[in-house]
Design a protein around this ligand. Structure first.
Ligand code: ADP
Length: 954
């Protein structure tokens, strides 16, 4: 919603730049202007006129009221004046009755007079008649102090201010002064006038438009109005602006009425007009309610508003349709232009009018027709060209891996002639070695012309095309200054195109097209011809890529074969092969795998920093030994430090190879590869070739793969050597240990036996001469010696497992177990033990030792029994390559934490007091099992019996 409004406003502020839009605004603007003039000029003027008319009407009314009142007041003045003259005469005559009758008559005649009186020039009341009550002579008073007398004497005729009380009707006193010189002469004649008669005048006046009239005195007090009650209430209108204005202004009798407006006492807004009535200085005002007065104006306004709205709508519609109508042909024209711009050239603009637009439409149609025709021509041309190029392309695509460029271009040349429409075509490439052009393919040129085309003449058009890479298209060879030698003319060619044959921005040759027809090749064919030339370039490029990828595949195949041969040569590393021998053995393979003319492996002796050559081939001795150490700044050092290879395509030009000694021996390209073991560079594989560029950057990965392979071989060899070494050392030390144990135990037995024997002898022969203590000590000595003997025996047993073991023969374990059980029979019976067993296999082993093994395990199973009768079960099961035996008992069991410890020599879990033993049994078992290539372990928990497992190879 907001967006819509915004768009409308936006369109109004920034209108579309269309003729229709401008016309619309033009039409609409004119209508709007007319409406504005009506509303802003005519309407206010006519409203002003109405108001003015009203004011004039009011002026007339108010002035006529004022005039009537003025007449009324002047009449009163005249009547009093004439009465005064009569009074004067009567006074002179001294006829008071005459005065009375005159006065009575006047009162009767003029109902406005309420009272008439005479004051002497001293201010005394001479006479007085009142309409309401008779006045006696006694009632006459001295009124010299009153305003009536004092003010009245100053003017000839004076109207007093209006007196109003709440009870009586308002009155005013009119006085006429007389200039009587006599002391008792008449000073003033006065009449009190009831103003209700004035009301009548105002009330009687019929005013249009619910108007009303009222009169205010010089102080703004209401003195006459149609509604008399207002007057009695003594209301003041002095605050009304109009009244103020009337009160302040000095008016003359003829002054026109003034106008104003205010809100009256009943709250309605009124328009009023007023005039002054002088004397007595009153103002007459006529007011009319604005609501009534301006009803006509309002009507007019409404009417105008309705009319304006209608006019506005009509003008909008008019502007819309009129602008549409006027711009319709233009829009059609524009639509047509859009259609044509969009490529629909068959579109026709309807010609509707016979004016400029109609003519324009006709021009448009002519133009599109012309365009259509030219497009058709163009399309045909494009189709033709596309066909030609695709034919050309088709001729070029089937590239065989074995095709040479000449083979490829042979069949293309005819297509080229066909596609370009030339009479002769020649494709030449520049041969740097021959310093001349070689012809790849040609058609239509005579052989002697071709022979001459082999040389590149300086300044010739060919040279220009070749060196600058820009084509020369000569419409007319005869007239073209770029074609210096006009030899083509001799062969009847008049127009030609020399196009650069470029491969990857490098101009390799020239495509020469010639036509007998002068002007056949022209500049406008340049793009097309160049496209063909580029296509030819791409053909060469593709062919090169193909050739190089074929070559690469061949190389790869060969190097793979060589690598595997190299690997095969490296693989059979014997235990006694030293690195030196190993590398010497592979140097030939290395040479053939890399295709190097010479190969060497230099190793750095860490002790003295000198090089030695485990292997080399193809390098002269003096070359090798001229460089005995790692020189700082040399290429070797660089390889050593960085671990990166240096592959120098051209030793002569390579800054990394400082001493160019290799060149002296005819090597032009080389590779220095780090021979790294782990991360440490140990040596350098140096490969050299007589051929410049033989070792190039792109071979680096392959060479490094070989270098790494060599490194791994050296590393493996080192590992093998070291493991062989440590195994031999181990064997040696074991043998020595066994030897020692055997010798020690064997040789120790002899003196020990002497100790025991002689100590026993001592006890026996000298027993009676020895005291108890000595006998006890001898007992300890014998005991200790016996224990030592036991230990030595055990040790001997243990050492014999290794040293005195027999060769393995096929041994029936069941039979071995049978013999063992027979030996243990008494022991078993004593403790009521039962031994069961599965059928046991025949294994390769030492029968005596296997018997020992069973004996120890069964012996323990019975020895470490609890209160129950021992039950032992010997089982065996076959796994893939071994037998697993188990000897399970129901004895005291072993805490899991001692699982390893009990197999160590002399390790026991109990004292000898608890269980007899020396702690050698299981150590012997372990040794026997291991000698047979098996493992021994146990599973047990304290108090739950124990199961000893051991394996024997199957
Ligand atoms: P010993 O001469 O003490 O029997 P062994 O090497 O045969 O020496 O055994 C080492 C220790 O292993 C023993 O002291 C014993 O505590 C524990 N042991 C061996 N066989 C068993 C068994 N079947 N049940 C419980 N304990 C055993």
């Amino acid at each position: 919603m907001a967006g819509n409004i915004f768009r409308i406003v936006e369109r109004l502020i920034h209108p579309q730049r269309s003729i229709r839009w401008r016309l619309f605004w033009c039409f609409f603007g004119v209508s709007l202007g007319a409406i504005a003039v009506i509303n802003l000029v005519w309407l206010p003027a006519s409203i002003r006129e109405i108001r003015h008319g009203q004011e004039e009407l009011r002026s007339v009314s108010v002035e006529s009221i004022r005039d009537r009142m003025r007449h009324f007041l002047r009449d009163l003045e005249a009547e009093l004046n004439s009465a005064m003259l009569q009074f004067r005469v009567a006074l002179l005559d001294g006829d008071p009755e005459d005065i009375r009758s005159t006065a009575q008559k006047l009162i009767q005649h003029q109902p406005a007079f309420e009272e008439i009186g005479l004051l002497s020039n001293q201010g005394r009341e001479i006479f007085k008649v009142s309409r309401r009550q008779p006045v006696t002579h006694e009632e006459l008073r001295d009124r010299s102090a009153t305003a009536l007398f004092r003010e009245g004497r100053k003017a000839k005729i004076r109207w007093s201010s209006v007196e109003i009380t709440e009870t009586s009707e308002p009155w005013v006193t009119l006085s006429i002064s007389l200039d009587s010189s006599k002391p008792e002469g008449v000073g003033i004649v006065y009449a009190v006038i009831n103003l209700k008669w004035l009301w009548r005048l105002t009330g009687d006046f019929k005013l249009s438009n619910q108007g009303r009239a009222y009169v205010v005195d010089g102080n703004g007090r209401l003195i006459a109005a149609s509604d008399t009650s207002w007057v009695l209430r003594q209301i003041s209108f002095a605050d009304r602006p109009l009244v103020k204005q009337l009160m302040s202004t000095r008016w003359n009798q003829t002054a026109p009425a003034i106008h104003g407006s205010y809100t009256n006492e009943i709250g309605s807004a009124v328009a009023a007009s007023g005039v002054r009535l002088d004397p007595p200085g009153w103002s007459v005002i006529v007011e009319q309610p604005q609501a009534v007065l301006y009803a006509a104006v309002r009507e007019k306004l409404w009417f105008c508003a309705a009319l304006s709205t209608a006019a506005l709508l009509i003008s909008l519609l008019f502007a819309h349709f009129a602008s549409g109508r006027v711009t319709q042909p233009i829009s059609r024209l524009q639509e047509a232009a859009d259609q044509i711009a969009a490529g629909r050239l068959e579109h026709r603009v309807p010609i509707e009018t016979d004016d400029e637009i109609g003519r324009l439409a006709a021009h448009f149609n002519e133009m599109t027709f012309a365009l259509r025709v030219s497009r058709q021509g163009l399309e045909e041309k494009i189709a033709e060209r596309t066909q030609e190029i695709s034919a050309l392309y088709a001729a070029m695509t089937p590239l065989g891996s074995s095709d040479s460029i000449a083979q490829i271009f042979g069949p293309i040349i005819d297509k080229l002639v066909e596609a370009t429409g030339s009479d002769a075509a020649l494709i030449r490439v520049f041969d740097r070695e021959q310093n001349g052009f070689a012809c790849l393919a040609q058609a239509g040129f005579p052989s002697d012309y071709l022979a001459a085309a082999r040389t590149m003449n300086p300044g010739s058009s060919s040279e220009r095309v070749f060196s600058q890479g820009v084509p020369i298209i000569a419409e007319n060879i005869a007239a073209d200054p770029r074609i210096k030698r006009k030899r083509q003319l001799q062969y009847g060619f008049n127009s030609c195109a020399l196009l650069p044959l470029a491969v990857r921005n490098e101009v390799r040759g020239i495509i020469h097209l010639a036509s007998r027809q002068a002007g056949y090749f022209s500049e406008d064919k340049k793009e097309y011809l160049m496209a063909i030339a580029r296509l030819m370039g791409i053909v060469i490029e593709n062919n090169e890529l193909l050739q190089s990828s074929v070559q690469w595949t061949v190389d790869l195949k060969r190097s793979n074969q060589e690598l595997s041969a190299l690997y095969a040569a490296l693989a059979p590393i014997g235990v006694d092969i030293q690195v030196q021998e190993l590398l010497a053995g592979v140097i030939e393979r290395l040479q053939s795998a890399t295709g190097a003319d010479a190969a060497s492996i230099r190793m750095l002796d860490k002790n003295d920093g000198s090089f030695y050559y485990p292997a080399q081939k193809g390098f002269p001795q003096e070359f090798l030994f001229a460089n005995p150490t790692l020189e700082s700044g040399s290429a070797d050092e660089r390889v050593f430090v960085s671990g990166e290879p240096i592959v120098a395509e051209n030793i002569a030009a390579d800054a990394r190879i400082r001493r160019k000694r290799q060149i002296q021996y005819g090597f032009n390209s080389c590779a220095l590869l780090p021979l790294a073991v782990g991360n440490e560079v140990r040596g350098i594989i140096h490969l050299a070739s007589r051929q410049t560029g033989y070792f190039a950057e792109e071979k680096t990965d392959y060479l490094m793969a070989i270098a790494r392979l060599m490194g791994i071989v050296v590393e493996n060899n080192e590992l093998l050597q070291s493991s062989v070494r440590s195994a031999a050392e181990l064997r040696q030390s074991n043998q020595e240990l066994e030897q020692f144990a055997y010798v020690a135990s064997h040789d120790l037995q002899e003196p020990l036996r002497m100790i025991t024997g002689f100590t026993q002898l001592l006890a026996k022969q000298y027993g009676d001469r020895l005291d108890q203590k000595a006998k006890e000590y001898i007992g300890f000595a014998v005991d200790g010696a016996k224990r030592m003997q036991g230990l030595i025996e055990d040790l001997l047993t243990y050492s014999r497992v290794g040293s005195k073991g027999k060769a393995f023969v096929s041994t029936d374990c069941e039979a071995v177990l049978g013999k063992t059980l027979a030996g243990l029979r008494i022991g078993l019976q004593e403790c009521g033990a039962t031994v069961s067993h599965d059928s046991l296999p025949t294994v390769m082993g030492d029968e005596f030792q296997l018997g020992q093994l069973f004996q120890n395990l069964l012996g323990n199973a019975i020895k470490y029994r609890n209160s129950e009768a021992p039950q032992v079960h010997v089982s065996c099961k076959q796994e893939t390559e071994q037998w697993t035996f188990a000897v399970k008992d129901n004895g005291i069991g072993i805490e899991p934490q001692y699982r390893e410890r009990i197999f160590q020599i002399f390790q026991r879990l109990h004292t000898r007091e608890e269980y007899e033993g020396s702690g050698i049994g299981l150590a012997v078992c372990k040794k026997i099992v291991e000698r047979h290539g098996g493992k021994i372990w146990l599973e047990s928990n304290l108090g739950e019996g124990a199961t000893f497992y051991f394996t024997m190879p199957a």
